[in-house]
Write a protein that binds this ligand. Structure first.
Ligand code: F6R
Ligand code: ZN
Length: 183
């Protein structure tokens, strides 16, 4: 890889090069995200639940775009599959595209009235997330779930609303299959 080139490695689901930043979310940083506190306390909190790499050239300006890739590990806390924190965009009317690259997942979507729905994520699936819709990725498979994303650079992230109110549905394993539970 040249120092001045940014590359998206589709097979590996990774992004390297110029203007790329990354973040890692370990279980210890996801306190309160999963339903069962008891299962959480029993888990290895050093486990990596997900990683994100982002390409941003322009900063958080209106009119710009971010490109990103998320990799969610397979795993569960109790019966609940590993997932991202999830968020609304701070500027609520900003939408986003997701697309499935590898693995098997569910995209959990919820509007501001807490009406929630899901979409299946698989290699080649395309997901338009309108503005005003909170979104979270859940890995319901046995391999790393890899998902691409593109969103407006001035969207921002509101994690607090989800942190305090949660999503109205959770994806749990029941009798060996993913099942949607309402809260
Ligand atoms: C950006 C976006 C994704 C997520 C990523 C991690 O707007 O939706 O790139 O940021 O999947 O999830 P969160 O941000 O919820 O921890
Ligand atoms: Zn987003």
């Amino acid at each position: 890889m040249s120092l001045y080139v940014t590359e998206f490695h589709n097979a590996a689901g990774s992004l390297t090069g110029n203007h790329v930043t990354s973040s890692v979310r370990r279980l210890k940083e996801l306190n309160g995200v999963f339903l069962s506190k008891e299962a959480y306390d029993r888990s290895d909190l050093e486990q990596v639940v997900y990683e994100v790499e982002m390409h941003n050239v322009c900063g958080n300006v209106e009119g710009g775009l971010y490109f990103g890739v998320s990799r969610i590990s397979p795993g569960k806390v109790g019966d609940e599959y590993f997932m991202t924190k999830g968020h609304f965009h701070e500027k609520r009317n900003r939408g986003e595209y997701y697309w499935g690259i590898r693995g098997k997942g569910m995209l959990v979507l919820m509007d501001e009235n807490r009406e929630a729905y899901t979409e299946d994520v698989f290699p080649g699936s395309l997901h338009y997330i309108p503005g005003h819709i909170a979104h979270r990725l859940v890995n319901i498979g046995e391999v790393t779930l890899v998902v691409g994303a593109c969103w407006p650079s001035d969207a921002g992230h509101d994690y607090d609303t989800i942190q305090t109110e949660g999503f109205s549905i959770r994806v749990m394993e029941q009798d060996g299959n993913p099942s949607i539970m309402h809260y």
